[in-house]
Design a protein around this ligand. Structure first.
Ligand SMILES: [Zn+2]
Length: 390
């Protein structure tokens, strides 16, 4: 059985879902191609998916695309192209990388732009339950109506305000009832704005948080098994998702919350403005997908860390040795390795230990085997490869 850290209870919890497992992961905003930090995040959930499938579960993995969001419009305007064109180019680049890295299939990859009318319905429900109010043409969620708001992230107020401002919010907007109130709907008055819809609640577009609430609870039964994303989404994004869902559906959104720390480079989180982004499509020109995956397994998902480019060569060497050892392994050795990898993954995705197991396997395993053992050994080896995607 898997044991995974749960952000909500701030403790490790047994993750023991029913046969069909619903997982929702916040995906990319398609305005800059996915960098190594994104891939590290998504690989964490891919590893969970692989292990669940290994134990006979059917995994409904939903990873959305936030194609309605302010940074896309800004970038599209800089490039003098339509935001939809920018989004579709970037989604294509992202999917090419994900395919090359052999990610397990998604159940659905919803785009926010495809859920506008469901989002409008959600905002109408929030109005009818007394959780929504207007400031000029915009609509906000009134956090004072939800006594549990803030419990999930549990931040001191000063820090919450800071995070909100840094992460797309507007704590100091005039007319709001509280700095923590967050945008549900942005009214658009410019008739030439391409990203606006005519709806019952006005001409405009949804806020970021309500998009994920609606996509996730529309596609998966609530509370679904696990919700994830980068750890910078804990507040405000996931706190707001939880509050909205409570207000609309009177239920928790997810039973287990798992967040991934960033891979940083040159001492900072990868970002366009700092020019320290590593793109996987560039790495793929020189390294195999398996080498990239193994390199990232050197990092603990809850700690992340500074990217060490040498890991790519080290991982390539390890793979060479591993391929040799795999093709000479006895069934017993391969079976032992498989069981140890499974236990390491079940122990809160302990990929450090997985790397050590692979290294030790290459050192130890040079035993002879009979010809009848070949197929049996290969079956175990294929399971090891399948679990790790290498
Ligand atoms: Zn989200």
């Amino acid at each position: 059985m898997m044991k995974l850290y749960d952000t909500a209870s701030k403790a490790h919890k047994i993750f023991n879902p029913a046969k069909s497992v619903g997982i929702y992961v916040c995906g990319i905003t398609p305005y800059d191609s996915a960098h190594l930090g994104h891939i590290f995040t998504f690989m964490t959930y891919d590893l969970i998916q692989r292990r669940l499938e290994d134990t006979g579960h059917e995994v409904k993995m939903v990873r959305n695309i936030t194609d309605v969001d302010e940074p896309i419009y800004k970038k599209a305007a800089q490039l003098h192209i339509d935001y939809r064109e920018l989004a579709s180019q970037e989604i294509k680049r992202f999917e090419t990388v994900m395919t090359a890295l052999d990610f397990r299939p998604l159940f659905v990859q919803p785009k926010a732009s495809e859920y506008i009318y469901q989002i409008v319905d959600a905002v109408k429900i929030l109005f009818s339950h007394g959780f929504a109010y207007r400031v000029e043409e915009d609509i906000y969620f009134d956090v004072s109506k939800d006594p549990k708001f803030g419990e999930f992230s549990n931040l001191p107020e000063g820090l919450a305000v800071k995070f909100m401002q840094k992460r797309g919010g507007d704590p100091y907007r005039e007319g709001k009832r509280s700095p923590m109130d967050f945008l549900l709907w942005k009214g658009i008055t410019d008739p030439n704005d391409p990203a606006a819809w005519d709806t019952d609640i006005g001409h405009g577009r949804p806020g970021w948080h309500i998009e994920c609430s609606v996509m996730s609870y529309t596609l998966l039964d609530t509370p679904f098994d696990l919700h994830g994303g980068g750890n910078d989404l804990i507040f405000p994004h996931h706190e707001c998702e939880i509050a909205q869902t409570r207000a609309i559906r009177h239920t928790d959104l997810a039973q287990h919350w798992l967040h991934v720390a960033p891979i940083i480079y040159l001492g900072e989180k990868m970002s366009k403005s700092l020019g320290n982004m590593i793109f996987v499509e560039d790495l793929l020109k020189s390294y195999s997908p398996a080498a990239i995956r193994l390199s990232l397994m050197h990092y603990d998902y809850r700690e992340g860390g500074e990217w060490v480019p040498d890991l790519l060569d080290e991982s390539t060497n390890l793979l060479d040795k591993l391929n040799h050892s795999f093709s000479h392994s006895t069934p017993e050795a391969a079976s032992d390795l498989l069981e140890c990898i499974r236990s390491a993954i079940d122990d809160d995705l302990d990929t450090h230990t997985v790397i050590h197991l692979l290294e030790d396997f290459c050192e130890d395993n040079n035993t002879s085997r009979s010809s009848k053992d070949v197929a049996q050994a290969k079956a175990y080896v294929d399971k090891c490869r399948g679990l790790l995607g290498i």
